[in-house]
Write a protein that binds this ligand. Sequence first.
Ligand SMILES: Cc1cc2nc3c(=O)[nH]c(=O)nc-3n(C[C@H](O)[C@H](O)[C@H](O)COP(=O)(O)O)c2cc1C
Length: 168
Amino acid sequence: MEFDKVIRERQATRKFSNKIVEKEKLENILEAGRIAPTAKNLQPIKIYVVESSEGLDKIDKASPCRYNAPIVLLVCGDKDSAYTKGDYSTYEMDACIVTTHMMLEATNQGIDNIWVEMFDGEVLREEFNLSNNIVPICLLPIGYKDENCPASPNHNKRKDLTDLVEYV
Ligand SMILES: Cc1cc2nc3c(=O)[nH]c(=O)nc-3n(C[C@H](O)[C@H](O)[C@H](O)COP(=O)(O)O)c2cc1C
């Protein structure tokens, strides 16, 4: 898909069908995450591919926002291996870039998706046995949207460029 089409066609999906995501498409999505840039190229990232029914039940305990997706990518930052400067660390930013790469590659593969921050990180930590340095940053439910999936209500509501940009 043309890049311009990818960024314009992507929209938040809040009702997925049960259709399985093809393994090759999933691998392409993960590969897009693997090659994302991170601060000092430290790649302080751990991605859990949650696809078993037990795993998806664990996601549902932590978040109301799976929307029936058959796969959820749980993207975590690793505090111990990220670039740090005093109190500042890039693990969250790095994880967001990795998630953005995967989200756009999902759209490129024709796989619907939604970025989710509404989750209880402590529940994820307990359910997935995460060590203290591994911090859940984003959930990325992926799959094929249900035929009755409503259009994303905010998708076409964007500020004008003049509200966002200032040339100096
Ligand atoms: C950082 C971030 C966090 C989000 N968290 C949630 C969430 O927890 N639950 C949800 O339903 N949508 C969530 N969304 C989806 C946004 O609501 C959606 O992207 C936005 O309204 C614009 O709509 P569009 O993606 O269709 O263009 C999140 C999006 C981003 C970028």
